[in-house]
Design a protein around this ligand. Structure first.
Ligand code: KG4
Ligand code: ZN
Length: 353
């Protein structure tokens, strides 16, 4: 057993006190640390690993090595920026999984050692819970959804629709059966000769293109599931055909190609959300994960407020892509509930929801 339960009453008594959580996130290629004072973020530090650019994607072994180099300075900076001494900390929260094993191990080992050294509770956090619960960070730049709501988590590793009934009462309604949406963006970008991660670049080129210029097929799967591998193949064949006629097709039509890819993906995500609303009757929609930085999905959600009567929630940019503040808010909520890990807790590359 890797999690213990401290009776809620013992921790509820601290509700009115100052709780300081140090949070650590190292599930993929960003080394991140944050300090929260209750549900407010005091510092949120992310070290991006530029090394993967040269390889066109994340290289797990290099990611793990870079986490080892980054973790001490990143945590140190988070404490300094928060103006907090480590002896003031109430607990350490860390990402247990899912993610790349070599990456998770660095954050997990660091968090365990520090919690033992300081003799304070250790709190294990599910990365995907964190993308969803990031909405509960108190911040003037974002609003907090009421329960129940539908969460669409869209990142480089995940694409899920989740019915969220309470902080820790969540049900996965659908997910991708192959690639994640961020992967679809990044792989399409690679075919267009753009560097990794290409999602933000497609988004940027799309702004000056015609979204109706080219049509790509939308894969048919279960109403709340997703599939993106067919889109990748369709784009590959399309580019090959067009380049046979015009070798400089990509350079000539970059904006239109990107706008058309973006429209296909955004329409597909919106269709799935419509299906989820029809199935559950819940019209509160919250998005999370790196792809929620995308301007197309943000615009479509804003439009749905007047067109469909939905209430939509988009996190502040810094809480969309991988960050430790989102791990910290889950740590805080679990701390209040009395949930903490014991020191036999292990990193898990696959961790059930
Ligand atoms: O959540 P995240 O930082 O890391 C994972 O857990 O995967 O998400 C990273 C993903 C990448 O695939 C990146 O291309 C994508 O988010 N992304 C975007 C945009 N910004 C980041 N995709 C499309 N449009 C964007 N503006
Ligand atoms: Zn993520």
């Amino acid at each position: 057993m890797s999690e213990t339960f401290v009776p809620a009453t013992s921790n509820r008594s601290v509700l009115n006190k100052d709780i300081f959580i140090l949070a650590i996130e190292s599930s993929c290629d960003d080394t991140a640390a944050a300090v929260l004072h209750n549900d407010k973020v005091l510092s949120n530090v992310v070290a991006n690993q530029e090394i993967h650019r040269a390889y066109g994607g994340v290289v797990p072994e290099l990611a793990s090595r870079a986490h080892q180099q980054n973790i001490v300075p990143v945590v140190d900076q988070a404490l300094q920026r928060a103006n907090i001494d480590k002896n003031q900390l109430s607990a350490i929260a860390f990402t247990q999984g899912p993610g790349l094993m070599g990456s998770l191990l660095v954050g997990t080992s660091f968090a365990k050692s520090l919690s033992l050294g300081l003799n304070i509770p250790l709190i294990n956090v599910h990365h995907m819970h964190a993308h969803i619960l990031a909405h509960f960070i108190q911040d003037p730049e974002q609003k907090i959804p009421d329960f129940p709501f539908i969460a669409l988590t869209i990142s480089g590793g995940h694409t899920q629709i989740v019915l969220v009934s309470d902080y820790f009462d969540m049900q996965v309604l659908g997910e991708t059966i192959d690639d994640a949406v961020g992967e679809a963006y990044d792989k399409s970008a690679k075919m267009l000769g753009l560097p990794y991660p290409g999602g933000p670049l497609i988004d940027r080129y799309a702004k000056d293109g015609d979204p109706e210029a080219f049509a790509f097929p939308k894969p048919k799967v279960e109403p709340l599931n997703f599939s993106f591998s067919g889109l990748k193949t369709a784009i590959l064949y399309f580019l090959e055909q067009q380049q046979a006629k015009d070798p400089d097709f990509i350079a000539h039509r970059m904006n239109d190609i990107c706008a058309s890819i973006q429209k296909t993906i955004v329409d597909y995500l919106m269709e799935k959300l419509e299906n989820a609303v029809a199935q559950t009757g819940v019209k509160r929609i919250a998005i999370g994960g790196g792809v929620s930085a995308n301007s197309g999905i943000r615009a479509a959600l804003a439009q749905s407020e007047s067109d469909k009567g939905w209430q939509t929630y988009v996190p502040k940019f810094a809480y969309c892509t991988d960050n430790a503040a989102m791990i910290g808010i889950v740590g805080y909520l679990k701390f209040l509930e009395g949930h903490q890990a014991n020191h036999s807790v292990a990193a898990k590359s696959r961790l059930s929801f």
